[in-house]
Ligand binder design. Structure first.
Ligand code: ADP
Ligand code: MG
Length: 699
């Protein structure tokens, strides 16, 4: 047994109490776990200031001197510990509001020490709250190391003295103890080819960097290792999926597909659309189960691509269904697609929650008998009562509303799993998509139909309101229509509804009938009423649509040219982009107006500026990812794939792509990892899997 598997309590300086804390608070059980508890940042302690030179705008200062007095002040909950620190240029107060008793006995008194923290000015004097204090003899600082690692701890741990400093010391000591026992997990070939440092060296440098350059090498090596093994696992899963998962075969390109393509396309397909149709065709003929994600910005024309895949299915005698996340969207797809299918004589039906029982029954029967080949619907389609004769293709529009479990429910509706085509307008970078969605192949429609003008986007505050109203009048006078959208965080929130109704009222005053007509749509309305209002707008009987985000997805009114977004600061970037995608669908110049308050955070400003600067969905997705991290991405929360220790899904995309290629090459050469040079990889993968299953056994 390697020392690395030792229980954490066997480490010098860690008794049973600390071992408990490590385990309960951070999940650290073994020596190795501690070694893998990477610092989350470093502070540069190469500089030491003097008390006299401390300025109020300093982010942090490091001082060298002595604590000459420590006093507990105040009673009970207001109790705090005050220390007087001094160097040869002056004195300064240090204050601790927590753990006073323990600290008082453990802080170095009258001994040379280093103090580090953020100074605050109070009545003309500086103090530092909760500074880090280190005695100089025991400190690595004495050796002149400038970069000091900072470890995450919990409040509970810090209060009991197991703070970042202490963890640092324990880890350093551990590194000394095990540095010759850290196994290499990458083949020498890769290490040489990509000029990586060894794993042992990297871990030691990560915890105790000799300098910035060494630290960078360590980080590069460990990031690569992490991404390489991540990609290996993703690729292996994918490989296993394609080998084992047989799927239905759409052998021929038949009459329907051909006749539609040659005679009934309402427009010439873009190059990107053609490419994706081809990718799908190749997939479905292979005999393996297709699991493909089509990413395409709003308005890039995903529907027609899906429809062509559906025709392929029907041509081959299979049934197909298209699922939309909302009833409005399902309706719109139904109407649009019915029109397109009319000349082909293909029957299509609609199944949503509001389809009456009486008309449901025959639909179900026809699906079960195979008489009906194509159905469009909402979640209603995945209810167990809906049975298909031979479902061959499922198209899911706007995937982020459908979970993995729902996808799986559809599989059960056929003997062989039907091909799955997921369409999303929330693009994420390709490598990231391939990693996050693991088993999915990714197609990208990266070209908009010709003649689209980018939406002119502006960002204003209330001062602009009168001009905004004037502008809306002008657009309406030109025959255009206008959306005004209000945020609705929870459909039940009272405040949000007040904003919406107030907004509706003020619009009604500014745009009175009979000259103007306004529709209103929100989630609390009955489906019939909502559809009625939508229809009024679609048929141009109203010029203005006041709405919540229920109109976010998919709604298509090409005549609408203005999208006003109220309280835009409350929307996420991808949501703003989705909303903006509701306009700019016709040939006219369109506008998006973002209305915000004055006091905005930096993040919010960046969101607004990004919207104004670009209409490119991928670029927006990148910024969004940087702002929010990948945690919110569809399905990532559960996937666990993204719990990376050191690499960053967003910032390290290039390395991720490289790691993927390298992993792919390696697997192509040695698919079973059975060669001698694959041995370290094989062993590490085994360990990773074991660890994962140990964990899943626990939770
Ligand atoms: P999305 O990708 O957002 O679902 P849609 O499929 O709804 O986009 O298409 C948006 C609009 O663009 C529709 O009105 C559609 O008819 C039109 N469209 C799609 N492809 C083309 C094309 N190649 N040329 C012209 N118009 C197109
Ligand atoms: Mg769409």
């Amino acid at each position: 047994m390697s020392k690395l598997e030792n229980d954490i309590s066997f480490l010098k300086g860690v008794g049973p109490a600390r071992a408990d804390q490590f385990r309960m608070e951070l999940g650290i059980r073994t020596w190795e776990d501690l070694l893998m508890h990477y610092p989350f940042r470093y502070v540069d302690k190469s500089q030491v200031q003097k008390v006299r030179d401390v300025k109020s705008d300093a982010v942090a200062v490091q001082l060298q001197g002595t604590i000459v007095r420590l006093t507990e002040v105040g009673e009970a909950r207001a109790k705090r510990l005050v220390g007087i620190f001094q160097d040869e240029t002056g004195t300064m107060e240090l204050v601790w509001f927590k753990g006073a008793r323990w600290l008082k006995s453990s802080l170095p008194l009258n001994k040379p020490c280093l103090v580090y923290g953020k100074p605050t000015e109070f009545k003309g004097k500086f103090n530092i709250a909760h500074p880090e204090v280190e005695e100089i003899e025991s400190s690595r600082m004495a050796a002149g190391v400038g970069l000091k690692p900072v470890y995450s701890t919990t409040e509970k741990m810090s209060n009991r003295g197991l703070n970042s400093n202490v963890i640092g010391k324990l880890t350093l000591q551990l590194c000394e103890e095990v540095r010759h026992e850290i196994p290499e997990v990458l083949p020498q070939e890769l290490i040489q080819q990509y000029k990586l440092i060894s794993r042992a060296e990297a871990l030691v440098q990560l915890h105790a960097p000799a300098n910035a350059e060494k630290l960078e090498q360590a980080r590069r090596r460990l990031k690569f290792e992490e991404l390489f093994f991540l990609q290996l696992q993703v690729l292996q899963t994918k490989l296993a999926g394609t080998v084992e998962q047989r799927g239905v075969v759409f052998e021929k390109v038949g009459e329907l597909f051909n006749s539609f393509y040659k005679k009934h396309l309402p427009f010439e397909l873009t190059g990107a659309q053609k490419r994706v149709v081809k990718e799908i065709r190749t997939d479905v003929m292979k005999g393996f189960h297709m699991n493909r994600l089509v990413q395409g910005d709003v308005g890039s024309g995903k529907t027609i691509v899906a429809l062509m895949a559906i025709l392929l299915a029907i041509d081959n005698g299979y049934q197909a269904c298209l699922m939309a996340p909302t009833e409005i969207l399902a309706n719109q797809h139904y109407e649009g697609i019915s029109q397109l299918l009319e000349p082909l004589g293909v029957r299509v039906e609609l199944l949503t929650g509001s389809v009456k029982k009486k008309s449901r029954a025959p639909l179900m029967e026809d699906l079960k008998s195979g008489e009906l080949k194509f159905i469009i619907g909402t979640h209603a389609l995945i209810e167990p009562v809906v049975e298909f004769a031979n479902l061959g293709l499922v198209v899911i529009d706007e995937q982020h509303r459908f979970g993995v479990a729902q996808r799986a429910a559809l599989w059960k509706k056929a003997a062989l799993p039907p091909h799955i085509l997921v369409m999303t307008a929330t693009p994420i970078p390709r490598t990231l998509a391939m990693t996050v969605y693991g088993d999915l192949d990714v197609s990208i429609i990266d070209e908009l139909p010709p003649g689209r003008k980018p939406v002119n986007t502006q960002w204003h505050t209330d001062a602009y309101r009168l001009m905004l109203f004037e502008f809306i009048r002008q657009e309406i006078a030109l025959g255009r229509q206008v959306y005004v959208v209000y945020p609705m965080i929870e459909e039940s929130e009272k405040m949000d509804y007040k904003d919406l109704f107030d907004g509706y009222e003020s619009m009604s005053r500014a745009f009175p009938s009979p000259q103007y007509f306004i529709s209103i749509v929100h989630g609390r309305m009955k489906a019939e009423d909502r559809d009625f209002e939508m229809k009024q707008f679609i048929e141009k009987k109203t010029q203005i649509m006041v709405a919540t985000t229920v109109i976010e997805v998919g709604v298509n009114v090409p005549n609408a040219s203005v999208m006003v977004i109220e309280s835009a600061e409350r929307f996420g970037l991808s949501q703003l982009h989705q909303l903006r995608g509701r306009v700019g669908r016709g040939a006219d110049q369109s506008y998006c107006v973002l209305m915000t308050g004055h006091k905005l955070s930096d993040d919010t400003k960046l969101r607004m500026e990004t919207m104004v600067r670009t209409t490119d969905g991928f670029e927006i997705a990148e910024v969004d990812l940087r702002l929010r991290g990948p945690g919110d991405l569809a399905g990532t929360a559960q996937s666990g794939v993204l719990q990376l220790r050191i690499a960053d899904m967003v910032k390290d995309q290039q390395m991720m792509a490289a790691a993927r290629n390298i992993a792919n090459e390696w697997l192509t050469e040695d698919p079973n990892l059975s060669s001698e040079s694959s041995k370290p990889i094989r062993e590490e993968l085994f360990r990773l899997k074991k660890k994962k299953s140990d964990w899943s056994g626990i939770s």
